[in-house]
Design a protein around this ligand. Sequence first.
Ligand code: BGP
Length: 478
Amino acid sequence: MKKYDFPKGFLWGGATAANQIEGGYKEGNKGLNIADVLPGGKERYNILMKPGFDFEIHEDLFFYPNHEAIDFYHRYEEDIALFAEMGFKAFRLSIAWTRIFPNGDESEPNEEGLAFYDRVFDELQKYGIEPVVTISHYEMPVHLVKEYGGWRNRKVVSFFERYAKAILGRYKDKVKYWMTFNEINSGLVMPINGLGFSYQSEEDKYQPTFQAYHHQLVASAIAVKACHELIPKSKIGCMLLFAPVYAYDSNPENVMYALQEEQLFNYFCGDVQVRGEYPAFIKRYFKEHRISLEILEGDLDLLKDGTVDYIGFSYYMSRTEKKVKSDADSSEGNIIGGVRNPFLETSDWGWEIDPEGLRISLNKLYDRYQKPLFVVENGLGAYDKEEEDGSIHDDYRIDYLREHIKAMGEAIEDGVELMGYTSWGCIDMVSMSTGEFSKRYGYIYVDKHDDGSGTMKRKKKKSFYWYKDVIESNGEKL
Ligand code: BGP
């Protein structure tokens, strides 16, 4: 097999988010966040994708998988020891905003929450694992959603600033790699997670959404600036959900449509965060949809001063588009839409599997921005089966990851500057879109099930040993 030349110091590791692993949803004075009020199962997907959710907890109707998650809150030592055994160089995690500011609008941070992440970072340091911290990963305080209307409200910028500065200052000697908002562009399809509000009508897709984005982009720039000031040796990135858009065929109408979808979904936020200004293409879109942003004095300077050092992105799938679609074309399950690509197979949840698309994404992003890239999420959600002897042979996961790692190796040969790879869900956890435990990504199995039962016991899958070899050989042994 061809051997790839990954750079020295490449950050191999795994990625998680606080709300999907920690549990302890009321411990240590933690407040409620969006993920805490999302039920598991079928309801969840509808809530994320459809208008009209009310952000209340209905204890009698639903099961809330994030409340316990996989109990990382109490088991982080055991989990980090397992990551160290695999040889992780980096571990991506997020800080739960509501552990630090339970309601989001307090004036002082919550010491118990701060102390928890001190313990986690110290544990990582013990093994020489670099934390890669997402400041906000789909976990806005519910209070900010209900009382302020999420990111639509300008006041949230200051609340976020207080939160970001509190953690940047506190962990300045422990954390070098940061990212502001997880998959910031995903708010265009899942506004609840990303922007902290639920569409009540089609119209909400335009003016309110982009005003909320303006606030969030300003908040991101403030955090980037603060990070540079407080931690001079740090690197702070944006984090995009990147799914390269292919035209369905060579019909120029479809090519143009695919290009526009790519501009809006893949590049709108990144252009602001990387280049420090709104891209030219968005002006026409704003005009056509009667969007007029309220921009305060100084905002545009802030955007210029708060550009990121690297581009973190998640990659799970590509997307294929044509201008006129029928229901029969639909790529059902491909979470960000598009039409079915006849050349690709899909995961059990309908996500199209496309390793070459990762090489394409890396080339597109590097061509556009010439900044270091970091693949901070990628992986296969699959059902795992425990054999009678308790072992788990997840060869399908190994195949998926191998092909994607090869694609990164090819992109590096293409000239792309790549900092690292933290595959998603290095340990099984709650799925973001389904709220299920049975959609598993991990190298480490967790005995926890969709009905909430299970011992929480951790177990190494076959992929655990495979990934350990990959890291040990710096990507030579695939
Ligand atoms: C990304 C999110 C993660 C995550 C992953 C897999 O969009 O940043 O939070 O969970 O997707 O998605 P899922 O859990 O729905 O399979």
